[in-house]
Design a binder for this molecule. Structure first.
Ligand SMILES: Nc1ncnc2c1ncn2[C@@H]1O[C@H](COP(=O)(O)OP(=O)(O)O)[C@@H](O)[C@H]1O
Ligand SMILES: [Mg+2]
Length: 251
């Protein structure tokens, strides 16, 4: 299968903390790649380095074969459009006085993908795609629930037709009852929107439900990469089994 992203020997230190330590993997076209690991294992740093919010100290990130650490500004803009991220807390993504319709149009207008009129029409289509009523376009963020806001954030990321979508603990701040719905939405959208997904989550049980392959991280390093289906039989690492163990204890 074709690789959309190839991550090679990434490293990032914060003072003496090795947040990323020689991390290498590939994201295949159309797959959902799960990333698990306890808090502080480097998952968010990895997402921020891939989306270029944070600069790596070393290593390379190839997007469809092109090294984006060496891209010029026009190419970098294209890369930013193509690699979108959804964060844990939807509230932090909104400006309190911008209505949902304008929020959804912003990216399309910034990247000149549509006129204002076309953008508004598309915004409604994306709201339908994430199963929200289109009459919320006029509303302000505080008039929506956390689950609805997270759907809006996902819809906005999709308005740019990204090839890669990174969810960083995107369900963690939501009520448990809503988490499953958003998880299912993410799973279904991957097919309808034809993109590749990196799904970061500390909860291995949730990751197993949606991911094709799972990367297990610990202390900035990749412990192992396993097929989701064969997680139990294929995993060779004690640490993964410990994460699995904590899942089974919940029963
Ligand atoms: N901006 C920062 N400044 C200093 N240390 C940081 C910063 N971001 C992350 N770290 C440290 O890097 C390590 C990995 O953090 P993070 O990537 O947020 O892990 P995770 O998302 O898996 O919980 C942690 O030890 C964290 O304290
Ligand atoms: Mg994190």
């Amino acid at each position: 299968m074709e690789n959309v992203l190839a991550i090679k020997n990434l490293s990032k230190n914060f003072n003496k903390v090795k947040a990323l330590d020689d991390v290498s993997f590939e994201l295949k076209k159309g797959e959902i790649l799960g990333i698990v690991g306890e808090s502080g294992s480097g998952k968010s740093t990895l997402a921020k380095v891939i989306t270029r919010i944070v600069k790596p100290d070393g290593g390379n990130i190839l997007f469809k074969g092109e090294d984006f650490t060496k891209l010029n500004s026009a190419k970098l803009r294209e890369y930013r459009k193509n690699v979108q991220m959804v964060f844990q807390n939807p509230n932090s993504t909104f400006s309190p006085r911008m209505n949902i319709g304008d929020f959804l149009c912003e990216g399309m207008l910034n990247f000149k993908l549509a006129s204002k009129k076309e953008a508004l029409k598309k915004a409604k289509e994306y709201l339908e795609l994430v199963k929200l009523p289109t009459d919320i376009m006029e509303r302000l963020p505080h008039q929506l629930s956390g689950g609805q806001l997270q759907r809006v954030v996902i819809a906005r990321a999709l308005t740019l037709s990204p090839e890669v979508l990174i969810y960083d603990e995107a369900t963690a701040a939501l009520d448990v009852s809503v988490q499953q719905d958003v998880l299912k939405l993410m799973y279904d959208l991957r097919k309808s929107c034809d993109n590749s997904v990196i799904f970061i989550c500390h909860d291995l049980a949730a990751v197993r439900l949606v991911a094709d392959r799972i990367i297990v991280m610990y202390n900035g390093k990749i412990v192992e990469i396993v097929d989701s289906k064969n997680l139990l039989s294929e995993s060779k690492e004690e640490y993964t089994k410990k994460l699995l163990g904590s899942v089974f204890e919940v029963k």
